[in-house]
Structures are given as structure tokens and as C-alpha cells.
Ligand binder design. Structure first.
Ligand SMILES: C[S@@+](CC[C@H](N)C(=O)[O-])C[C@H]1O[C@@H](n2cnc3c(N)ncnc32)[C@H](O)[C@@H]1O
Length: 328
């Protein structure tokens, strides 16, 4: 699973993302330069007129905190107002799905146990207890009071704790953790450079960061997304290109240990997935205007009505692992 020498072999820190190999679905990134068909499909679309107007609009209004300083374009999602109510339901994972992620994390973490872990942007604790069971004592760091409350209500063991904090200001002692997971969180981080410094501070030498995030140029295509106007474009625009994320870390002394994709087992039936999507617990839905949402859901409903009990198709999501200098 581990890929070393990634930076030199690809020249990715120069921003030449065209030279990046593509991970096979479910597999690690190979350093060979084979055919790259899938990547071509995944190339980010140029911002449309509508998107550019949207960028201008949020800039001219001061941005409601929506434009991160480095890369990505995210209409901020307020987890304390609405999202905390439905997040756990809308984004629930089956045990099989959690296990697939744990296996992927185990593949990029050192083998010794226990490992002290930070679940940064832990939300309602979808992963935190499972990380504690699999690897060792885990602290969820989460800025939203309400998301943290939901997580705390479900905390089952002394091995799991939740504290206030953010990726930019982690409430953890220097060199106190072996790894930090950021699951579906990186695109929310406003000051990414500060977050890289802060992660470097709290992790021990050789510590790992696991970024479970999408990238604008390595973006999954969930089966339901195509039904929404601007769906793929709006979703991908929230994320940085892969080379930009890698350059942020490598310029601070980190190295890439692997880039792979993970395919979760199906979320259930297409009808069940539609019911969960209606809860709008994905940041994507905050990027569309009401009319686009309306059109998208009507189209999706029509599509699902044809086969509501069919299994929701699976798709692959990226996982980038980075390591600080030092012993593993
Ligand atoms: C989509 S949720 C992901 C939660 C959890 N990691 C998961 O996979 O279910 C994103 C979380 O990131 C949190 N967040 C927002 N800004 C953050 C920041 N700057 N640092 C850390 N977490 C942040 C949000 O409050 C929210 O709980």
C-alpha cells in the first residue's frame, strides 16, 4: 500500500498534475505511467459563467467566510444551526463501511499498537469510537458545539474523548499524537497553511496525517450527482487539486506515503439513499441555489422511482496519507 518517493517521481510539487498517476479503484497509487483514461474523465471543468458570478458575488459581499485562503471554494456549512440535527442519520455508515475505512487507515499507519489518534473535525463521531477500538486512545477535535454534543452523547468508552478545537488550533499538546485523521473536513478548513503547521506541531516525529477528502482533479462521481444542475462542477469546486494539497504539506517538510482510493460497500437501496440525501447533510447541497436543488431532487426522484429497491451503486473515494520526517 505504501508508496514512497512520490514527490520526486512525479514532480507533483511543481504543480504538474498531468504527470500524476491515477489510483485504480480500491487500490493504491502505482508509480508506473500507464494509460490514464479515468483521470481524463475526472479533469475538473473550467468554472462556468454561473460559477464565476457566484465567486464574484461572495467576494463582493465579504464572502461569509466562504473562500478559503488556499484552494477550494466552499459555501460555508453551519453545523451548529442545521446540520447537527440530521448529520448522524444522513451520513450514517454501516459496520461494513466503517470496517473498509479502518482497513484502509490500518494500511497507512504503523503496525504497533496502541497509537494515539486525533480525529480532526470529528463531527458526530462517525469514526472516533471505531478508531479507538482499532488503534488506541482517540480524541475527536471539533469546532461545532452541537456536533460535539451529538458525538459525546454516543461516546461509550474512556478511550474516546471530544474537545473543542479546529485544524488550525488543535487542543492537543505538542508531539502528543501518532496520527491525525481528517475525514470529509479538509475543504472546511479556512487557513490550510496554519492547519499544516498545527498538525506538524501535535504529531510526533514520523507522525501520519490521513486526509480522507476529495480533490478537484480526482473527484468521485456518485451515481446521484449527475441529476443536479452543475452537480459535478459545484461539488468538485469545493476541493483543492491534489497537487496543491501535496505542495502545501511537502513545502513544510512532509512526504506523501500513499494515495489510494477506497470503495465503501453500498449504502443500501437507491430509495434509502434518496431519503438520506433529502436530509441534505452533504456540503454539496449548500453550494446550489434553491431552484437547482428543486430541479435536482425532482430528477433524482424520477430516476429512483424506476428502481427504488435496487442497490445504490458504489463509487471510490480518495485517501491521501502523509508523514512527518522521523521514525515510523
Ligand atoms: C462533513 S463533517 C465530517 C465529520 C466527520 N469527520 C465525518 O467524517 O463524519 C465536517 C466537520 O468538520 C468540522 N469543521 C469545520 N471547520 C473545521 C476546521 N477548521 N477544523 C476542523 N474541523 C472543522 C465541521 O464542524 C464538521 O463537523
Amino acid at each position: 500500500m505504501t508508496v514512497t518517493g512520490y514527490r520526486d517521481a512525479t514532480g507533483v510539487v511543481d504543480g504538474e498534475s498531468d504527470r500524476l498517476p491515477v489510483p485504480a479503484p480500491g487500490g493504491p497509487l502505482a508509480l508506473s505511467t500507464g494509460p490514464r483514461g479515468p483521470r481524463r474523465q475526472q479533469r475538473a471543468a473550467k468554472p462556468s459563467g454561473l460559477l464565476l458570478r457566484y465567486i464574484d458575488a461572495i467576494r463582493s459581499t465579504g464572502g461569509c467566510g466562504a473562500v478559503p485562503r488556499v484552494g477550494g471554494l466552499v459555501q460555508r456549512v453551519d453545523y451548529d444551526v442545521e446540520q447537527h440535527k440530521d448529520y448522524a442519520r444522513g451520513r450514517a455508515l454501516s459496520q461494513d463501511q466503517v470496517q473498509v475505512w479502518l482497513d484502509a487507515f490500518a494500511g497507512v499507519l504503523p503496525e504497533r499498537r496502541p497509537l494515539v489518534g486525533l480525529d480532526v473535525g470529528s463531527g458526530t463521531g462517525r469514526y472516533t469510537p471505531a478508531l479507538a477500538r482499532a488503534f488506541g486512545p482517540t480524541t475527536g477535535v471539533e469546532p461545532s458545539v452541537r456536533m460535539r454534543e451529538v458525538a459525546q452523547a454516543q461516546a461509550w468508552a474512556s478511550e474516546v474523548g471530544y474537545v473543542a478545537g479546529s485544524a488550525e488550533a488543535l487542543s492537543a499538546a505538542s508531539e502528543s499524537a501518532d496520527y491525525a485523521l481528517l475525514s470529509c473536513c479538509w475543504h472546511h478548513v479556512q487557513d490550510k497553511r496554519q492547519a499544516v503547521q498545527e498538525l506538524g506541531r501535535v504529531l510526533r516525529p514520523g507522525g501520519r496525517v490521513l486526509l480522507r477528502t476529495n480533490f478537484r482533479d480526482h473527484h468521485p462521481r456518485p451515481w446521484w450527482l449527475e441529476h443536479f444542475p452543475r452537480g459535478y462542477e459545484a461539488d468538485a469546486a469545493m476541493f483543492q487539486p491534489l497537487h496543491e494539497v501535496i505542495a502545501l504539506f511537502t513545502s513544510s517538510g512532509w512526504r506523501v506515503t500513499s494515495f489510494s482510493t477506497v470503495t465503501e460497500p453500498s449504502t443500501g437501496t437507491r430509495g434509502e439513499m434518496l431519503a438520506r440525501l433529502r436530509l441534505r447533510t452533504l456540503s454539496f447541497f449548500a453550494q446550489l441555489d434553491p431552484q437547482e436543488l428543486d430541479v435536482g431532487f425532482r430528477r433524482l426522484e424520477r430516476a429512483v422511482a424506476g428502481d427504488p429497491d435496487g442497490p445504490a451503486p458504489v463509487y471510490s473515494e480518495p485517501l491521501l496519507a502523509l508523514q512527518l520526517p522521523g521514525p515510523s
